[in-house]
Design a protein around this ligand. Structure first.
Ligand code: ADE
Length: 240
């Protein structure tokens, strides 16, 4: 898939997207990522990209034209239609289910604003959807865009070395939290690995992991359990 990011700080995205799974997805040709700086499309000696808000108040508002030109250039950089997402705390909250849908699209354009704002007319004309990564305010959309890039990159076929690891993540499948994980050594000053994981009994291990997921979800995120369709066996594991 291809992701174009419209941002005053394209170097920020470059940094975030060269390491780990995202970097590997790019190397493997599974993800193409390109930044577009509205300043490159701004006019005048000062290449102005923002101005004071009409009606007064603090902060600056991003100008329509440089953003519009950057979005137009991003659209034209590859064939096919692209959905445009504005990163904003007022947007629809990002969930793993939504990440899966986004990961299946051929192209995304992510628009990063400074939080004080972007001229509303630009949003109305160019943006298909606003996306929030949580109920807190960042100083710009770049970190949020990097979150989207990471979450969709790791779902591209072939990005993870073990495809099962994505399926077993928290929120995947039935929306429960992940179980705890252990590795060597078995005995450590900080504690011992649970015996069941050493037993070699795959059915017991699966049951234990399921129970850990259920209990963790009940304790940490009880609201998720209401939406998970739990069967009889799950109910018994939770009550045990
Ligand atoms: N920009 C500023 N805050 C944000 C948030 N919480 N989610 C997405 N974009 C943002």
């Amino acid at each position: 898939m291809r992701i174009d990011v419209v941002t005053l700080f394209p170097e920020f995205m470059d940094q975030a997207a060269t390491v780990g799974v995202v970097g590997r997805a790019r190397e493997r040709g599974l993800l193409a990522l390109q930044g577009w700086n509205p300043r490159d499309y701004a006019e005048g000696n000062y290449r102005r990209v923002d101005d004071r808000p009409f009606g007064g108040g603090p902060g600056m508002v991003m100008l329509i034209d440089p953003l519009r030109a950057a979005i137009t250039a991003a659209r034209a950089a590859a064939p096919g239609p692209a959905r445009v997402f504005y990163m904003s705390p007022q947007g629809r909250p990002l969930t793993q289910a939504r990440v899966r849908e986004l990961a299946a699209l051929p192209r995304l354009i992510l628009l990063c604003g400074r939080y004080e704002g972007v001229d509303e007319r630009l949003l109305q004309a160019e943006v298909d959807e606003e996306l929030s990564i949580g109920d807190y305010v960042l100083s710009g959309g770049e970190l949020a865009a990097a979150v989207v890039v990471d979450a969709v990159a790791r779902l591209q076929n072939g990005a993870l070395n073990d495809a099962l690891s994505a399926e077993q993540d928290s929120f995947e499948g039935d929306g429960l939290l992940d179980c705890p994980h252990y590795t060597r050594p078995v005995e450590h000053a900080l504690g011992r690995v649970p015996d069941v994981l050493l037993s070699g009994n795959h059915a017991d291990i699966a049951r234990w992991r399921r129970q850990q997921s259920l209990v963790r979800t009940a304790v940490r995120r009880p609201e998720l359990l209401d939406e998970a369709a739990l069967g009889q066996a799950d109910r018994r594991l939770l009550d045990a």
